[in-house]
Write a protein of this length. Structure first.
Length: 304
């Protein structure tokens, strides 16, 4: 018999009897009679030349040989079961989102529930980092950035335009007024990654004007400082939107200008057609179109 295997059903009967400690209970589980289970076990014992069970009335227990056989069979039987009956989440896909914490918190997360409801089979891993993470080949990843276009092996698409504006707490606006030409430089908070030149020019400030207030490397923390009256912050509309809507921040003056950098969706060319990437990018474009309508309406309300 060397090289041949016993019938799979015989092994199933052995596993059930071992687990349940009873031929009768194994029979109930497999919809057989106890006599049929007993015959399957006897067949396996004849096949292997081993005594597999100790019989103690209606109860049975494994011998040392039986326990050793069960240990060897556990992995293969489990693999067979999973091959026939895959777990419910076997089709679950994982998609990595690489972005800044400010974009994730203020723009992405308030919208993300609609994607998860529409695509419950896609698990999102959101990685917030200042460095633009380069995905490995064929890894499902989408990057959301506010910056310049990168290398040629990536697909960079502008999702929406943004606006640069000065923001302050209502209390600080009342105290400093709405004329940027009289604001002290020390009251102007600085974002370390933001070039303020476009806004300063639009506000009519001298080219050599420099921001001398507290400096931050995170756009959301910068706005949090402004909300606590630490100074006036130059921020993007997309990041400041929820605070403006809530009234915790207000426009410090009427000067509003386009941001000099793009809000980008960045993909690797070799993974752009993966189903989970396609699903997310389609959803993302829809969200961006809706948001662009908000930006356009904001512009209309604040035209001077």
């Amino acid at each position: 018999m060397q090289g041949k295997l016993p019938p799979l059903f015989t092994l199933q009967a052995f596993e059930a009897a071992s687990r349940l400690g009873s031929f009768s209970r194994a029979a109930d589980e497999l919809s057989l009679t106890p006599g049929a289970i007993s015959r399957q076990i006897r067949q396996l014992e004849d096949w292997s030349g081993l005594t597999l069970f100790k019989r103690n009335g209606p109860r049975v227990s494994l011998t040392d040989d039986g326990a050793a056989l069960l240990t060897r069979l556990a992995g293969p039987l489990s693999a067979l079961h999973q091959a026939i009956y895959p777990p419910a989440d076997a089709t679950l896909k994982t998609l990595h989102i690489s972005t800044l914490a400010s974009i994730a918190k203020e723009w992405l997360l308030p919208r993300l529930a609609s994607f998860s409801i529409a695509h419950p089979h896609i698990r999102l891993i959101i990685d917030t980092d200042y460095a633009l993470v380069r995905a490995a080949p064929r890894v499902a990843m989408v990057a959301l950035r506010h910056g310049a276009r990168q290398s040629t092996d990536q697909i960079c698409e502008t999702l929406f335009t943004d606006r640069l504006l000065a923001l302050a707490s209502p209390e600080l606006k009342t105290r400093l007024g709405t004329n940027p030409r009289v604001w002290p430089a020390s009251a102007m908070l600085q974002h370390l990654a933001l070039d303020p030149a476009a806004w300063l020019a639009a506000a009519g400030l001298a080219e050599d004007f420099t921001l001398q207030g507290q400096a931050y490397n995170d756009a959301d923390v910068l706005l949090e400082a402004a909300q606590h009256s630490q100074g006036i912050a130059l921020g993007r509309l997309s990041i400041a939107w929820r605070r403006l809507q809530a009234g915790s921040l207000v426009l410090a003056c009427d000067t509003i200008c386009p941001t000099p950098r793009d809000n980008l969706m960045v993909l690797r060319e070799d993974s752009a057609e993966l189903p989970e990437v396609l699903a997310f990018t389609q959803w993302l474009r829809e969200q961006a179109r809706t948001w662009q309508l908000e930006v356009d309406a904001f512009d209309e309300r604040h035209k001077t």
